[in-house]
Design a protein. Structure first.
Lengths: 508, 109
């Protein structure tokens, strides 16, 4: 059994015994075998001294138990690292950012507390996965959709808090933006409810997110100011139908007016589906230079008109090829379900791993992966600049070696921005992982010089990326540190997460 | 009325004890394994094993006759390639025993 840094064996044993009393001895894990299950299987430092590993894990089943666990940790100054379902693969899995932390595993808090069909919202605990919420809604025969990300086993709360997103309609795809109200346990064990939830007997916690006075929910996103134990989410009433069009061009430069049209349509919310850009020289010879998929959800008659409007806007650009797909009415038939991408229809699954795992195009995969995905302005000029930037610098970051780095994929999942994703295979070959790390670090630095930066990252790179957000002598970091010191003075919660370190662990 | 409530409560508690002591391996499989290992396209575990074995060994886990409970347990707790290990808060030791017995039910020595 290992011991957290700066904690005496006596204090740790006292805390472990107190936790056993609070949550039951079977839910405090200290054996090497049980604690190893918290390792990040996709760690770019896997098996190396720098790998971030847990010292133990505690798994409460209720908010009262979370309070007890946090109070004990605070009393003995023991670093905790809360996880929800622990499936944050490629972003740290269930491993802590600060090595030696005790993982606060919230998987057992798996209750769907409410799904309200009339007002289309849900209130859940952190251990609830997208699979769980979907199953709950199906069993209750409620006519609302969830917005699943690629892997359905992730936590609805954890995904939102880490900055994740899904594949149905605006405004549900940005999961943090689609939340409404949270319950948080602070480092001193106190429970806070945000928004309307601060009103005793509130009847609108999941219907009005702002409440009264300063809004604090953002403090708990990608952060370490508390342990989120409940969160509300807006759900989408099942749309009647989905219609989609594919717009392609053979000319590289057409992406400029195409993106302008796409932006107009999305910012008008004429197009509300998760659009996708493909091409960019990555297809086979003779294929389109660029293509955009344009899905629209809604009532059949309404989206028929919206699609006609969208097609007319694209048709104003000479030479584009516009192909409309069939109108898919919901709920889908089994035959339709077998040929669509299920996440676009609110159905969680794990098929994304078929693209990332062993497959005909990748017969000998490394295992896991990580991604660098800077946010770039949503213009064709920026996209073409990023394409040139990638091609010009690839050999610089890899030292000229073929590391099987994949990218860039120009994602339009977030409104108003491009996310330019570059993927790195990560496995058990330490030398190869070191090359991936160097390449990753290279991209972070080069991108920052252009004014582009990542929005979500694995633990190993969070400090590096936070460092690039350095405007006015790191004034944002200093503000966050001031808040951290005030809210969690002993620095026990998620030390180092997204570059925010407690006072006693900050580098001078 | 009171008596029937007591009986219902007793039955409920017996059921939960029975579930805790004897979890259904098939239920654990459906929850944790089937999303990747069920037959057909869109199942990354099945796809991966199809490529690995090239048809010499069944790609669908439940069609296998060469898996012992020990091998199943090892893969669940060690993981393989992009399949990360499953923690004890996800699959408890008792659930793993039941799961391993279920997946290895057709094991032929």
């Amino acid at each position: 059994m290992s011991i957290p840094p700066n904690v005496s064996p006596t204090a740790f044993n006292t805390a472990l015994n107190a936790w056993r009393k609070a949550v039951g001895p079977e839910w405090v894990f200290t054996s090497d075998e049980a604690v190893a299950l918290y390792r990040d299987a996709y760690s770019p430092y896997y098996g190396e001294p720098e790998e971030r590993v847990a010292s133990a894990a505690v798994a409460p089943a209720s908010v009262e138990q979370v309070q007890a666990v946090v109070r004990i940790a605070n009393q003995h100054r023991i670093p905790l690292y809360p996880i929800s379902t622990g499936r944050n693969l490629a972003y740290g899995g269930s491993a802590p950012v600060y090595s030696g932390s005790v993982v606060l595993d919230l998987k057992r808090m798996n209750r769907v507390l409410e799904v309200n069909e009339r007002n289309a919202y849900a209130l859940v605990e952190p251990g609830v996965s997208y699979f769980d919420l979907y199953e709950h809604i199906q069993k209750a025969k409620l006519d609302v959709w969830i917005d699943p990300p690629d892997p359905g086993w992730g936590s609805v709360i954890g995904n939102a808090l880490d900055g994740g997103g899904g594949w149905t309609a605006y405004p549900f795809r940005d999961h943090f933006a689609a939340h409404c109200g949270m319950e948080v346990v602070l480092a001193n064990g106190e429970i806070v409810r945000t928004g309307m939830g601060a009103l005793p007997n509130s009847k609108s916690w999941q219907q009005s997110r702002w409440g009264f006075g300063p809004w604090v929910d953002g403090l708990f996103r990608q952060s370490n100011f508390g342990v989120v134990t409940k969160m509300g989410f807006y759900l989408m009433p099942r749309p009647e139908a989905l219609i989609s069009a594919t717009v392609t061009t053979m000319r590289d430069e057409d992406i400029v007016p195409m993106l302008d049209v796409l932006n107009l349509l999305e910012n008008q919310v004429v197009v509300n589906g998760s659009t996708q850009i493909f091409g960019g020289g990555r297809g086979p010879a003779g294929s389109a230079a660029w293509g955009i998929q344009v899905p629209i959800y809604g009532p059949e008659k309404v989206i028929r008109a919206q699609m006609d409007y969208a097609k007319a806007k694209f048709a104003a650009i000479p030479g584009l090829n516009i192909v409309e797909s069939e109108m898919l009415r919901t709920p889908l038939t089994p035959e339709q379900m077998a040929r669509v991408r299920l996440v676009n229809f609110g159905i969680p699954n794990l098929s994304t791993f078929a693209l990332l795992g062993r497959n005909p195009g990748n017969p000998d995969p490394a295992g896991g992966h990580i991604g660098f995905s800077p946010i770039v302005p949503r213009t064709g000029e920026s996209l073409l600049e990023f394409k040139r930037f990638y091609n010009e610098n690839l050999s610089k970051v890899t030292g000229g070696e073929n590391l099987n780095i994949q990218g860039p994929v120009y994602m339009t999942c977030w409104e108003r921005t491009l996310v330019c994703l570059i993927m790195f295979p990560i496995g058990r070959d330490k030398a190869l992982n070191a090359k991936m790390r160097r390449a990753f670090e290279g991209w972070v630095k080069l991108a920052a010089e252009r004014g582009w930066a990542e929005y979500r990252a694995p633990a190993a790179f969070q400090d590096l990326i936070a460092e690039t957000y350095s405007y006015n002598n790191h004034s944002l970091r200093k503000l966050r540190e001031t808040l951290k010191d005030a809210i969690d003075p002993n620095g026990i919660i998620s030390a180092g997460r997204y570059g925010v370190w407690p006072k006693h662990l900050r580098k001078a | 009325m009171r008596r029937s409530l007591t009986i219902v409560a007793l039955l409920a508690s017996l059921t939960s004890v029975a579930q805790a002591a004897d979890p259904s391996g098939e239920a654990v499989y459906q929850r944790w394994c089937a999303p990747c290992h069920a037959p057909g396209p869109g199942h990354p575990g099945t796809q991966s094993l199809e490529m690995k074995y090239g048809g010499k060994t069944p790609a669908v886990l439940l069609d296998r006759t060469d898996l012992t409970p020990q091998i199943v347990s090892t893969f669940v707790r060690q993981g393989v390639l992009l399949m990360a290990p499953f923690r004890k808060t996800e699959i408890t030791d008792a659930e793993l025993t039941a799961l391993a017995a279920f997946v290895a039910r057709n094991y032929k020595k």
